[in-house]
Design a binder for this molecule. Structure first.
Ligand SMILES: Cc1ncc(COP(=O)(O)O)c(C=O)c1O
Length: 454
């Protein structure tokens, strides 16, 4: 098991090479072609099989049931669009079996991850000394950050009943924020907004005269809401939160990448106020799954909350005079792969100008799609896109119609799109991140919206 079969390694590398060279990358089918959940029954045996047979099973029978994240036709949810460099370097991380848990084990990997995190913090306007770790996704990043917010809030406000601590959020906050509050035993103080964008004025109005407001210990703002791509009033909310001694968390899992774009950065300056900030490279920074950056303004606060203690781990923390930085100390995790390295490699390879251009390309594609939908007689554009998500309705369609349309587009390999809901009504939604979506793909999608069979 621990001896390399050179011939088989060559065949795996050949497959990787072939996969990486696909142009265009085929969308593939996910579950629409039907895959039995029992497809692999009996496949793992006591004596094993030839590795070629197992590889063949993956290539011939499984791979096409996975929609390609690197296809430019992936326009559902918030897509991923990993660069070739990031995919290649992820392979290096895998083949080297790299660990990213602690300074003791992995200083070389931690240096590269922290260099990348520092770059992101600096670009976002966070103060020198900000830092954190890469975690598996925005969900764990939000949970980890809000755990620190809870403990710091409880310590700063001993007068508040620990079971009554509240966090101010908006209705557009990501579902993972609600899940985190539930896990952490925190209550959501949901601030009504006039147009889905959370502002300082909304927060102040909601708190005024509301006795629950006295229990608020943190404010969550979103830099790019998931459904419509709205950037909250980060400056106003941040200034207010700081003036009130409240923890200010910014969920920029999706839109945080805008810090690299001259077109978006002016709307993200409020990140300088953040106590914690989340940015998902596996979304708009073109890294492979799974990779979210979690940054704290004062990392020592997170370290006090998240460091795990056990006799066998003492050695990791035994050297106070070294520059030790254990990524495991800054989130809810211990053993981890250095998932930030794929981003580090790609960023260092391509440079930030290429990233800014790729981010801006997503903005342009969304605008092109919005214009096409606006012109189409069968559809109505629901909002002018702020980022790269385009919401629209097709006159007369029900939830089932959007679902049939989505399935049909995938079956015909036109695109992968997923329906959504806006203001209680079903709608269509296109989400652009891959910078090379051909305009013909958008034209084809819009053309299907007038097809008589729907
Ligand atoms: C704003 C926002 N926050 C958090 C998340 C959750 O991120 P992940 O899927 O990486 O856990 C998402 C996912 O789309 C998001 O858009």
């Amino acid at each position: 098991m621990f001896t390399l079969d050179e011939g088989f390694a060559d065949r795996v590398f050949a497959y990787c090479r072939e996969r990486l060279a696909l142009d265009p990358v085929p969308l593939d089918f996910g579950s629409v072609r039907g895959l039995s959940p029992r497809h692999l029954d009996g496949f793992i045996t006591t004596d094993g099989r030839s590795p070629d047979d197992v590889l063949e099973m993956f290539i011939r029978e499984l791979a096409e049931h996975v929609i390609s994240t690197d296809s430019s036709k992936f326009l559902a949810f918030i897509p991923n669009a990993p660069t070739k460099a990031s995919l290649l370097f992820d392979m290096v991380v895998a083949c080297s079996g790299l660990n990213g848990t602690s300074w003791l084990e992995s200083a070389g990997a931690v240096v590269a991850e922290n260099h990348t995190l520092e770059f992101l913090a600096r670009t976002a306007g966070m103060p020198a000394g900000s830092g954190g770790a890469f975690v598996s996704g925005g969900t764990i990043a939000n949970l980890s950050a809000l755990t620190v917010a809870r403990d710091i809030g409880a310590a700063r406000h001993p007068e508040i009943d620990r079971h009554r601590l509240c966090v101010a959020v908006s209705e557009e906050s990501h579902s993972s924020v609600g899940a985190a509050l539930h896990i952490l035993g925190l209550e959501a103080f949901v601030v009504p907004t006039s147009d889905h964008r959370l502002t300082r004025a909304d927060l102040v109005a909601a708190m005024s005269g509301n006795p629950q407001a006295a229990n608020i210990i943190a404010v969550v703002a979103t830099a790019g809401t998931t459904n419509a791509g709205i950037i909250d009033d980060l400056e106003g909310l941040g200034e207010f939160a700081r003036s009130q001694g409240l923890w200010f968390h910014i969920d920029g899992a999706y839109g945080g990448a805008g810090i690299l774009s001259d077109r978006l950065a002016p709307r993200l300056t409020g990140i300088r106020h953040a106590d914690s900030f989340v940015i998902d490279p596996h979304k708009w920074l073109f890294a492979p799954l799974d990779c979210a950056g979690l940054l704290y303004r004062e990392p020592h606060l997170a370290r006090a909350v998240h460091t795990q203690h056990a006799g066998y781990l003492d050695v990791l923390h035994a050297a106070p005079d070294t520059p030790e930085w254990n990524p495991s100390d800054y989130a809810i995790h211990l053993s981890r792969r250095p998932r930030g390295l794929a981003l580090w490699f790609s960023l260092a390879t391509h440079g930030t100008t290429a990233y800014a251009r790729a981010i801006d390309a997503g903005l342009d594609l969304a605008q092109y799609a919005a214009d096409a939908i606006h012109r189409c007689s069968a559809t109505k554009l629901l909002r002018v896109p702020e980022l790269t998500n385009v919401l629209f309705t097709r006159h007369g369609w029900t939830t089932e119609d959007y679902q049939r349309w989505s399935t049909s587009l995938l079956e015909r390999q036109i695109a992968f799109v997923a329906p959504s809901v806006w203001e209680g009504e079903p709608c269509g939604r296109l989400s652009f991140l891959h910078p090379d979506v051909p305009l013909s793909v958008i034209d084809n999608i819009v053309a299907t919206l007038t097809e008589p069979e729907f």
